[in-house]
Design a protein around this ligand. Sequence first.
Ligand code: ADP
Length: 324
Amino acid sequence: SNPLDKDQMQGLRGIREFLKVRTSYDVLPLSFRLVILDNDLLIRKSLNILIQNGIVSAPLWDSRNGTFAGLLTSTDYINVIQYYCQFPHEIDQVDQFRLSSLRDIERAIGVLPLETVSVHPMRPLYEACRRMLKTRARRIPLIDTDDETGRETVVSVITQYRILKFIAVNNEQHTMLLKKPVREIGLGTYIDLATANMNSSVLDVIYLMVKYNISAVPIVDKDNRVMNLFEAVDVIPCIKGGAYDELTATVGDALSQRAEDFGGIYTCSEEDRLDSIFETIRKSRVHRLIVVDDDSRLKGIISLSDILKYVLLYGEEEDDLQEY
Ligand code: ADP
């Protein structure tokens, strides 16, 4: 058999063992800041707070009941936009919506509420990963409960990126064994790709993200060359200040207003291997990789969930998967 196969499997097993002996708590930096938003806050105001703090998501807190009330993410804003599109005459009301109305908005536009999963920070990291994959959550809140009072505390939120970076930084002896080309291991999506061009409207792209249930759309030219990438989080600055009517603007205009600290987009080729992808993750804040050919033509897309899924599940027995 191919010696690369043996190494690859050994690397994957090593990483899985590592995730089983570390906890979600281990992933957290020594000191960090956590912005928690009160559920009573106006949605309109929550946008500014996220932008001012340079974040794209925050846990919500129900201060009346003293409980965690879910995670605010760009999906919620996309839902508000869909609501606005379906009920354009209610713009005044949209302006008055509070974060606590997000569940009503989901119901009104007929989307299923995202399952709010959380994990205890001291549980194995492997468990957090499995829950993320099962629910398709891109981030998961760490919730602790006080034994005596039963009160909940939101300790932090961990993302797929943080977990993969934690692996990349601490588990090089295993990631270096992952030497099979991404195309050969079927990592990522290569058919039926959703794309748009610079002249598409922001609304068109949002519609694609909803339809395909994805968080980014590559922007290509007429020869299918990758020009840019529109991400779900790019929606946030677009609707700042309640500017829903500006969603008819083009993707090109919207992307030219990106914050200065925008990290850029990351590409790879079909011949690249997971060892080098982990190297990229170790060095930079990657959210997905666009697979291109030598002429920058779009071939595929590898999301962090594709990587996490492969690393955790490839070659596992069905029976072992039922447990989580
Ligand atoms: P994540 O869950 O990591 O945020 P996405 O939601 O972007 O990632 O991707 C979910 C799935 O859809 C992945 O399997 C990914 O390969 C695929 N995918 C991502 N973007 C596109 C796209 N533009 N067209 C088709 N499939 C995509």
